[in-house]
Design a protein around this ligand. Structure first.
Ligand code: COA
Length: 258
């Protein structure tokens, strides 16, 4: 693996783990941090030995307290345009499932990074928020759109217009958190879930993710067509034959990602 300055990467069996590693700055997401996250995730995405990715943060206080305010404070619009926001799109295009293991402050870009993931495991002390309005800006990495699609208009307006923080329990009630766990257990829980995903047929897992995400970007008719195409495509995979044969022979399937 590449050496990174602001993140840590490791692997646990077929799970690739990315850890934001600026605990003194509450894992603030500088441009360089997001670039490294995108690079590491792409590296795991290309690696046939990896079936699922987990992202978390180091330290006790925050998964990530947002984009790096000190870095942004003097930027012009053109600086921001040139700043590497494309890295957010690279994270969005990762084809393998990603689980966020979050705790403490999950604010601004930190919240948007979690929303970019496919599942969220949250410690009970997690506080989600989009406080950008208090800095005179708005979310710029998908917060208004992804929150609105999950929480609906009114809750999203409250978060975005007031900068109000919302606890893990309330987010779970609105379908934005998969599981709440005691503080300190979020990473092990996420890895446990990631290992189960990584044990599935890899191509099916990728096409399952792509199909679900299509629901957020297309009409129902287009989404159903994408699902059907992906469904048919999997009948070309060796893993489909193996999965069904293993069922018939009452044994564990041995998937190869082909
Ligand atoms: N960007 C840059 N630095 C940040 C940061 C951010 N988003 N969030 C925290 N930090 C830094 C602080 O400046 C401080 O650095 P210092 O020790 O050099 O002064 C350090 O991290 C610790 O933060 P601090 O504010 O002292 O911790 P706290 O426990 O008192 O407060 C928060 C925690 C999360 C409430 C507070 O840090 C905060 O509001 N952060 C900004 C959240 C935000 O607006 N995010 C959206 C950005 S677009």
């Amino acid at each position: 693996m590449t050496d990174y300055h602001y993140i840590l990467t490791e692997r646990d069996e077929r799970v690739g783990i990315v850890t934001l590693n600026r605990p003194k700055e509450l894992n603030a997401l500088s441009i360089a941090v997001i670039g490294e996250v995108a690079n590491a995730m792409e590296e795991f995405d290309r690696d046939a030995e990896i079936g699922c990715i987990v992202i978390t943060g180091s330290g006790e206080k925050a998964f990530a307290a947002g984009a790096d305010i000190k870095e942004m404070s003097n930027k012009s619009p053109i600086d921001m345009l040139n700043a590497g926001f494309d890295d957010w799109d690279r994270i969005r295009r990762i084809s393998k499932p990603i689980i966020a293991a979050v705790f403490g402050y999950v604010l601004g870009g930190g919240c948007e990074l979690a929303l970019n993931c496919d599942m969220i495991i949250a410690a009970e002390n997690t506080r989600f928020g989009q406080p950008e309005i208090m800095l005179g800006i708005i979310p710029g990495a998908g917060g208004t759109q992804r929150l609105a699609r999950t929480l609906g208009k009114y809750r999203t307006m409250e978060m975005v217009l007031l900068g109000a923080q919302v606890g893990a329990k309330e987010m779970a009630e609105h379908g934005l958190v998969n599981h709440i766990v005691p503080k300190g257990e979020q990473l092990s829980e996420a890895i446990k879930m990631a290992k189960k995903i990584a044990a599935q047929a890899p191509v099916a897992a990728r096409l399952a993710k792509a199909s679900v995400l299509a629901a957020f970007e297309t009409s129902l008719q287009e989404g159903l067509a994408i699902e059907r195409q992906n469904f048919f495509l999997l009948f070309a995979s060796e893993d489909m034959r193996e999965g069904m044969q293993a069922f018939i022979e009452k044994r564990q399937a041995q998937f190869k990602g082909k």
